[in-house]
Design a protein around this ligand. Structure first.
Ligand SMILES: Cc1cc2nc3c(=O)[nH]c(=O)nc-3n(C[C@H](O)[C@H](O)[C@H](O)COP(=O)(O)OP(=O)(O)OC[C@H]3O[C@@H](n4cnc5c(N)ncnc54)[C@H](O)[C@@H]3O)c2cc1C
Length: 284
């Protein structure tokens, strides 16, 4: 049982971890996939670096700093968070962890594939959340666009309601074997009239489907929020001044909460989230 599990090892997640650990909590940080910070070739406007600093270097230094403080930092993809009873279960590709509190610091990516028809049919047969919208596709034929563990997990959720679930990797290799039919052709476009009804591949072939779920890369903050019923404002998690979401025990920080998408703001919010999580545990 952890006191605090933090999703993400960017400036928000690491900062949350440092403050929670120093306040006496038993902390686990899980991370997987690229951080925004790693993409920044040079951070020029963060305090203390007179000549700026390479984003990837800063990212790696943060992870090392947390490990030096004896925080468990593990490279594992989080695919689900649930709250069966009092505590939370954080599920990764290979493990399940029990925790009293969760801090979501997974950044703000919402990956939209560059395929004709995606934008046009969002909300009209294209969804980004299996647990939220799967119900609308009872006994229908559904496709998942994605190739990751997250995509396979979404397919597993949908299999309970749909007639058939097919994974479309859009030309990418699939990350692990699965029980589902996999089509690994490159997708050309998505078609329909008022709603999606088919997917056309670059080789000219097509399949008929009633709905598409997009699950690219890792599950992001919006995916977790939708599954847990956390309030969103657009694609940003809504938090109060203590970085608390509308669900007791769940906090969010950094790019996941929107606003100024900068390292300084991620570090600040992370520290508040870390302290707030510990305060919540102590008050309980
Ligand atoms: C090109 C570029 C240049 C930039 N330049 C600047 C600059 O000059 N100055 C500045 O202040 N800011 C800059 N930024 C913005 C800055 O990088 C971000 O604001 C900051 O990194 C946000 O921190 P974060 O911790 O919220 O998210 P991120 O740094 O994005 O970290 C997200 C973390 O979540 C993890 N994660 C995501 N999904 C999962 C999952 N399902 N399971 C487990 N882990 C997961 C990732 O592995 C990562 O560790 C730049 C960004 C980019 C892209």
């Amino acid at each position: 049982m952890y006191d605090v599990i933090i999703l993400g090892a960017g400036p928000a997640g690491i900062s949350a971890g440092l403050y929670a650990k120093r306040a006496g909590a038993n902390v686990l940080i899980l991370y997987h996939g690229i951080s925004n910070l790693e993409k920044a070739s040079k951070i020029d406007n963060y305090y203390g670096f007179e000549n700026g600093i390479d984003g990837e270097m800063l990212y790696k230094a943060g992870i090392k700093q947390a490990k030096n403080l004896s925080i468990n930092v593990c490279e594992e993809e989080v695919i689900d968070i649930s709250k069966p009873e009092q505590n939370f279960i954080v599920e990764t590709a290979n493990n399940q962890y029990l925790t009293k509190t969760v801090i979501i610091a997974t950044g703000n990516k919402k990956l939209r594939p560059n395929i004709d028809g995606v934008l046009e049919f969002e909300g009209k047969g294209i969804s980004y959340c299996a647990i939220c919208d799967g119900f609308f596709y009872r006994n229908k034929d559904i496709a998942i666009i994605g190739n990751s563990t997250f995509a396979i997990n979404e397919a597993k959720i949908l299999k309970n309601v749909a007639n058939k679930v097919t994974i479309l990797t859009n030309g990418e290799p699939i990350s692990s074997s699965s029980e589902f039919e996999v089509i690994n052709k490159k997708i050309k476009s998505i078609h329909g009239e008022t709603k999606v009804n088919s997917v056309e591949f670059v080789d000219g072939s097509s399949i008929n489907i009633n709905g598409i779920f997009i699950a690219l890369g890792e599950a992001g903050s919006v995916d977790f929020a939708k599954k847990l019923g956390i309030m969103l404002s657009g694609d940003n998690i809504t938090v109060d001044e203590k970085m608390k979401t509308n669900i007791d025990g769940i906090y969010a920080c950094g790019n996941a909460t929107g606003g100024l998408l900068q390292v300084s703001k991620a570090v600040y919010e992370g520290s508040i989230a870390g302290l707030s999580a510990v305060e919540y545990i102590n008050n309980k």
